[in-house]
Write a protein that binds this ligand. Sequence first.
Ligand code: G
Ligand code: G
Ligand code: MN
Ligand code: NA
Length: 254
Amino acid sequence: LQVIQDLRLALERKEFCLHYQPKFNTQDGVVIGAEALLRWQHPTRGMIAPDDFIALAEKTGLIVPIGEWVLDEACRQMRIWHDEGNKHWKVAVNLSAVQFSNDHLIERVQTTLARNGLPASGLMLEVTESTAMHDVEASLTILDKLANMGIDIAIDDFGTGYSSLLYLKRLPASELKIDRGFIHDLAQGSGNSSIVAAIVALGRTLNLRIVAEGVETEEQQEYLTMLGCDTLQGYLMGRPVAPDQFMNTIRAVV
Ligand code: G
Ligand code: G
Ligand code: MN
Ligand code: NA
């Protein structure tokens, strides 16, 4: 397949880039960091979204070198933002299931932080609920190592998998990201609003920050604030943008 061939060459041809979407503290509106989101600038097909090539990258194993590039690039950019005075920001990097179970993950993360001079506290790793719960004992081993290095762990797309509460309690995560499907159809008194309220309560109990992603309207923003979400992320406050546009994006909000 042509697209597999293209994907193999994309790294050396420098066709990947990262866009960054800001994350805001609900109470004071302060930016606490950004999620790095991968984009593929294809020479003839234009910009390709990750949903259209991550699965293929996983199947071919190419996700491992691509993921290493993502981690390195995200750490490099966050080091620049730290040096510009935003020392408290973290960059959140998505890990796919294949990367997560790769034997070299821990070592790669360590060397990448060191190479870029980024403290572990400047990095957050996002794993989906289904990845984390797939083999819970193995996940605990890996996540404990990462957490012991001082890296924050977020459980992404939360509410779409099947978490055992016992395991959730043992996971060294600091953040639950409510899947944007629940946010999209959020309305006062709706089924989803009860689910969001329940996840917020769970987060309080387990000492986890609750992030609402996919916030698109002011009604959602107000309601999620009222429900007690700690962090908001979405098109309303900022779309994913190239790093040179990031400061302008957040200045428009804060
Ligand atoms: O903007 P958005 O289209 O960027 O992302 C779509 C999906 O692709 C999300 O589920 C997101 O987690 C995933 N994704 C984005 N960037 C990366 C990445 O660098 N690595 C992995 N594994 N997934 C990513
Ligand atoms: O699965 P993950 O949470 O990593 O994916 C983040 C995805 O959500 C990216 O594709 C990003 O572009 C997208 N996204 C971020 N904010 C919004 C939003 O407000 N609305 C919608 N529909 N998608 C969003
Ligand atoms: Mn994510
Ligand atoms: Na998500």
